[in-house]
Design a protein. Structure first.
Length: 254
C-alpha cells in the first residue's frame, strides 16, 4: 500500500502504514514498512524505515527510526534517533535520545542519552521525562557485567551523567553519577571521577597512562601553561621526572 495522505510531503509505503486521520499540520512524515505511523495523527518531520517501526506514535516531531522494532514504544516523543533492531524500543514519551546499534538503549525511558554499539546501555532505563545525560560508546558499553582486576562492573540502570567509552567500558554502580571510563574493559568505581584503561590482573597486563614528554628547553613558561598541566621531562637531572604546573612554576612531582 502506498499513499500520501495529508497536506504536504507525507509518504507512507507498506501494509497498514500511515492513516487517514492526520491533522492538517502534520507534514513531511515519511514511513516505509508494515504498520509504520499506523496511529500518527499529529506530527512533523518524522522518518521511519522497517517492520513495526513507530506502530504506536500518535504525536511527535523530528524522530528518525531505522530498524525492525526500533522505537516500537514511542507514543508522543520527539527528537529521538534510533538505528538498529530493537534500538530505543521501550521509550514512550522522552526526547533527545540517540541509539545506534542493535538493542542500544533498548530499555531506556529517560531523555538525553547517547548509546552507540551493539547492546550499548541496553539495560539503562532512566526516568521518564528526566534527562540522563549518559554517553556510552562501544560494544556492550554501560551494560556488560564483568570482573577486571579487583573491580566488577554492572549494567547502568538509573545512572546519570556518565561517560563510558570503549568495548565493555562500565561502572561498579548501576546508579552512579559523573563517572567516566575510557578504554576497553575500563571500569570506574567512584562517582565524580575518571578511570583511564584496564586494571592489571595476575594473568593479564592492564593498561598504563603515558604522559606527553618534553625536553627542559621546550617547556612552556609556567604562566603560559594551563594550571594543573602535567608533563614528563625526559632530561631533568637524575633521569626523567614528572612536573606539575601550579601557575607560577613547574614543580617536580617525583
Amino acid at each position: 500500500m502506498l499513499h500520501t495522505y495529508g497536506t504536504s510531503g507525507n509518504l507512507f509505503v507498506g501494509l497498514g502504514a500511515g492513516n487517514f486521520t492526520l491533522d492538517a499540520t502534520s507534514i513531511s512524515n515519511v514511513g516505509f514498512g508494515r504498520n509504520v505511523f499506523k496511529f500518527l495523527t499529529l506530527g512533523m518531520r518524522n522518518c521511519g524505515f522497517g517492520d513495526a517501526v513507530f506502530p504506536a506514535l500518535t504525536s511527535g516531531n523530528d524522530n528518525t527510526i531505522f530498524g525492525t522494532f526500533a522505537g516500537q514504544g514511542l507514543t508522543t516523543a520527539s527528537s529521538n534517533t534510533a538505528i538498529g533492531k530493537d534500538a530505543l524500543k521501550a521509550n514512550a514519551t522522552s526526547i533527545r535520545n540517540t541509539a545506534i546499534g542493535m538493542s542500544a538503549l533498548g530499555s531506556c525511558v529517560g531523555a538525553s542519552n547517547v548509546a552507540v554499539g551493539f547492546n550499548s546501555a541496553q539495560a539503562l532505563t532512566g526516568t521518564a521525562g528526566s534527562n540522563g545525560f549518559n554517553v556510552c560508546i562501544g560494544y556492550g558499553s554501560g551494560l556488560q557485567a564483568q570482573t577486571v582486576g579487583g573491580l566488577t562492573s554492572v549494567a547502568l540502570t538509573t545512572a546519570t551523567n556518565n561517560t563510558m567509552l570503549g568495548n565493555y567500558a562500565g561502572s561498579t554502580s548501576a546508579t552512579g553519577t559523573y563517572r567516566t571510563a575510557v578504554g576497553s574493559d575500563s571500569i570506574c568505581a567512584v562517582n565524580n571521577s575518571i578511570k583511564l584503561g584496564r586494571d592489571h590482573t595476575p594473568s593479564v597486563a592492564g593498561d598504563m597512562v603515558t604522559l606527553p614528554s618534553v625536553l627542559t628547553a621546550n617547556l612552556p613558561t609556567a604562566t603560559a601553561a594551563m594550571v594543573g598541566s602535567i608533563l614528563f621531562v625526559t632530561d631533568s637531572p637524575g633521569g626523567g621526572h614528572v612536573f606539575f604546573c601550579n601557575g607560577t612554576t613547574w614543580a617536580r612531582v617525583n
